[in-house]
Design a protein around this ligand. Structure first.
Ligand SMILES: NC(=O)c1ccc[n+]([C@@H]2O[C@H](COP(=O)([O-])OP(=O)(O)OC[C@H]3O[C@@H](n4cnc5c(N)ncnc54)[C@H](OP(=O)(O)O)[C@@H]3O)[C@@H](O)[C@H]2O)c1
Length: 227
């Protein structure tokens, strides 16, 4: 197996923003869907975020509902900007934490400092954009026995997974607020014309309070005729 099952999940405003223009995202979702995200953390072997989300929000990425094990916390961080005083590093001696960086960063002083704090650091060959190649990251996770991965954002990471068609399920929570200018849930995913849009298959639509949870799986890929 070369990849865990990949679940992409995010909470957005009705107008498709996952954060305000200044990056504030807590909490776009306010109802039972927060509980849903805790259940998903419990049910996945690993949780992944991009380094910008760590720098902006300093998340703990722990599972707050009873469970035997905490999922592995994974950060994609090309040049090891992960701050030593972040919640992730401070709790790494108790909760497994792994950072994927560019290959040359994995032998530098920042890597040594993180390893001394019990943070795993693995170098990955860079893809076209100079960042750790996602397929190689997924292969590495599979090799570590990770069968299920939940990607919690932010936008750049979600965009890279969608663009690369590297996901198996997507849960989008849409909350009834309007943000206007802000962080778009997805950036350039390679869609130009409407005919080229990704059209995920809708597995289920759940309503939790006033929020709508779209449970999607990859459907027609861009370029295919809509039946
Ligand atoms: N509403 C929600 O559900 C939700 C969830 C999470 C985050 N957010 C919000 O999203 C915002 C952050 O989003 P963001 O788009 O700025 O950042 P992000 O996706 O969290 O992190 C992006 C960074 O990750 C690193 N990275 C490493 N490998 C990558 C790869 N293969 N593909 C993409 N990125 C890679 C890059 O930095 P390097 O080049 O330095 O490696 C990149 O700039 C924050 O405002 C946060 O609050 C919202």
């Amino acid at each position: 197996v070369n990849s865990p099952q990949v679940l992409l999940t995010f909470a957005q405003s009705i107008d498709g923003r996952i954060a305000t223009a200044c990056g504030e995202s807590r909490y776009i979702s306010r109802s039972g869907s927060l509980e849903l995200s805790q259940e998903l953390r419990r049910d996945n072997d690993a949780i992944m975020v991009g380094i910008s989300t760590v720098l902006r929000d300093d998340p703990a990425l722990t599972c707050r509902i009873a469970s035997d094990t905490n999922p592995l916390r994974v950060v994609l961080d090309s040049s090891l900007r992960l701050p030593p005083d972040s919640q992730l590093v401070q709790s790494a001696d108790e909760i497994p934490t792994l950072v994927y960086c560019r290959q040359e960063a994995a032998s530098g002083s920042a890597a040594a400092a993180l390893r001394s704090r019990k943070v795993g650091v693995e170098g990955i060959p860079a893809g076209e954009d100079g960042r750790p190649d996602l397929e190689a990251v997924l292969k590495s996770l599979a090799g570590r026995g990770i069968n299920s991965l939940m990607v919690e954002g932010g936008a750049a990471l979600l965009t890279a997974f969608v663009r690369g068609k590297l996901w198996h399920r997507m849960l989008v929570v849409t909350a009834p607020l309007l943000l206007g200018r802000g962080v778009e849930a997805l950036g350039d995913i390679g869609v130009e014309a409407l005919a080229g849009a990704f059209r995920p298959e809708v597995r289920e639509i759940r309503i939790i309070g006033s929020e709508v949870v779209w449970d999607l799986k990859p459907g027609l890929l861009p370029g295919k005729e809509v039946q």
